[in-house]
Design a binder for this molecule. Sequence first.
Ligand code: SF4
Length: 378
Amino acid sequence: MSDIGLYLHFPFCVRKCAYCDFLSFPATEEVKRIYAAALIREIRGYARAAKGHTVSTVFLGGGTPSIMPARQMKAIFQALYDSFEILPGAEITMEMNPGTVNESNLTFVFDHVNRVSLGAQSGNDAELLALGRIHTRRDVERSVQLLKDSGVKNLNLDLMLGIPGQTAEEWRSTLRWAIDLKPEHISAYSLQVEDGTEFRRLQKAGKLHLPDEDTEREMAALTVEMLEGSGYRQYEFSNYAKEGFLCRHNVRYWKRGDYLGLGLGASSLFEGSRWHNTRNLEHYFEHSSDPGQIVREMEQLDRRTEIEEAMFLGLRMSEGIEDAEFEARYGLSVFSLYGEIIERQIAEGVLLREGNRIFLSPRGIEVSNVVLADYLLD
Ligand code: SF4
């Protein structure tokens, strides 16, 4: 029996945020209903392939899963339980937008979900407006209270730093506010301006005023200092958790564990292959029951790609890479493969070694792009 994770994509949002390049768009109730039916067909289409696998993490992401009607979500879960062996105690995460938390989806959460990831982003209403979010600071506070009252005991808040016009002091206030809301987990991502977004358009027109590099560095330092000082341990570049509350599904991604992505555009890594589903909604609706028809860019990963990915992803985590684990998986010691690079990086102070484990130093995290590029194999 091998253990896998499931990712389910819900591509619908009330409206598009100014920085967002995820596969997401507004949809009518009718389109959501058709999507739920297509997703159920895809899930049931995997029933045979799922034999011999257990599932210990499920992640409902988007888009905004919390704008799906609870009745349809319940039917989707029925299909999941019919088709996959979901272990008791499996981590089941649902992303929720604070502008969409309501009686109906709270009931669904209570019955099926044990971890909620709330897209808070900022505790400052002007920043939320600049980001194009549909909610206010007060909506986040109200959602946290409702979720806690409904029995959610594992809550993540997503925060964003580097928002246009944001100062280090404003970021400090957002962190203080988030800590006071007492979530078990906080993700703090730097804003990236992506092609095809409203922010890219504003940037090209010279109308996007991002914090400068010094301010960004100050914000990054404040994040570590304030979160670690409040009992959250940084276990990945952007992720902090109270003891026992790491996101098991995301740890699976960083350790290159197997997962199946279900739904429009969802990516999978399964038995040495990587692929993603079609991004064409009509095509997905028509062919979702037959993976052969919706799978795109299927790639059988060679050893070299697997090793590079293992280095890039493993060094994102504060526990880093343990040699025996690496060798058992990839057939080579990390020290025999990268000995010179490891020695040089330790001397430069960007990499640390404890026994047979290597991990990035705080300085290494700051310049991770350069540090990780050394692990590309020629
Ligand atoms: S809510 Fe999330 S997925 Fe939807 S548009 Fe905003 S950032 Fe994108």
